[in-house]
Design a protein around this ligand. Sequence first.
Ligand code: SAM
Ligand code: SF4
Length: 455
Amino acid sequence: MQLMCGLVQKYNVPGPRYTSYPTVPYWDINSFSGKKWNSSVLRAFQENPEEGISVYIHLPFCEHMCTFCGCHKRITKRHEVERPYITAVLKEWELYVDLLGSKPVIKELHLGGGTPTFFSPENLKILIEGIVRLSTKTDDIEFSFEGHPNNTTREHLQALYDVGFRRVCFGVQDYNLTVQRAINRIQPFENVKNVTDWAREIGYTSVGHDIIYGLPFQTCDDVENTIIKTNAIKPDRIAFYSYAHVPWLKGNGQRGYKEEDLPSSVEKKAQYEMGKRMLSEFGYKDVGMDHFALPTDSLYKALENGTLHRNFMGYTPSKTKLMVGLGASSISDSWYGFAQNVKNVEEYQNLVSHGVIPIFRGHILNEEDEILRRHILNIMCRFETSWSEEDEKSVDFDMVLDNLSELEKDGLVALDNQQIKVTDKGRPFVRNISMAFDLKLQRKKPDTRIFSMTV
Ligand SMILES: C[S@@+](CC[C@H](N)C(=O)[O-])C[C@H]1O[C@@H](n2cnc3c(N)ncnc32)[C@H](O)[C@@H]1O
Ligand code: SF4
């Protein structure tokens, strides 16, 4: 235990969560252009049109502000915002389909936010039908959405099921009332149980719950109690997130409590270790950095058959080269590049209504980026990677090995020639291990606080 405390103190540093490489703050925005972005999208699409594409739609509205939340959202009770927003998203989709030149095959579609269930079931149906009209669906399509247990109705679940959704994920966070008050999110167990039961009755094949450790005033007992309650409902998938404390990000709202109200890094690590142990006892398999799934769930199957992938949506069971992100603040990934939409809702709607794909920054990957991304993805998804002499010609692996040497001494990775494996002891430090391959970060450390702590 003492040894683990030492490691936690040593490795608890600010670090990326690697939903992309290069990470957003290291994008080369100066050499990026809309023209380069469009050709990277076309290239990814034309190389393998049968592979299909992923679509992420960001629905940014929430009625209430949860003070822990790091997502991009707008708090409003005015539901008149729904229609103009949906019109804009459908117009943006039309712009992309025009660019592609033919109806894309959609393999995966995810509604995230914000709160997708802020929108009425009718409006969500209009949105999805509009997207599907301009595309072809694959047989093994994965449609999923994030629902808030406090406002998801049976009608929401039924309407989305009717247009093809089979997976839903509900935000739970923690069941303790003191913690819920601190994060301004009062959410009784009954609400979560009801929405989960409804989803199953309707026919959803995968229900997920998001739980967080490291929240203000949260103790090990609270995490234990939350996991016991969660197990009583037995979701197919559990995201067990580390609370990302990033109050310096503008408009973020993580200021309703003090730094002293947060568990220390050692307490936080103990919460994680206990949660992980309990989830494994309850039959959940760990997948990647912070996900757990029943062996019957597609995420675990993806781990088993080597197709597990990580992108801006987090861990996903399949990889498509092209992921189109629609909506304010969404990030798209064309495999050869990334681009982010403007964050302001009015600006987003305005640009789209003028026929402009509303991106404001992006990055086109060079050869070194592509090689390093492959290794970081391998580590984040499979906990191991190996490289060739060919890789060594384009990337400074001496620098990578230098970065890995301390991690090896501490027993977090096992190095063998041109191969590394993350040890069991090293798994909680997978972000630190990925950082050894992040040469952009190693060459220039950020001048200000950008990333959350790795523990
Ligand atoms: C968009 S929300 C889920 C849908 C819905 N808005 C809700 O809250 O139920 C996505 C998830 O991100 C996670 N999340 C948000 N802010 C976070 C933070 N600061 N640290 C860790 N996880 C966070 C939460 O677990 C949350 O359920
Ligand atoms: S946690 Fe969900 S409901 Fe709460 S503010 Fe964030 S996105 Fe909105």
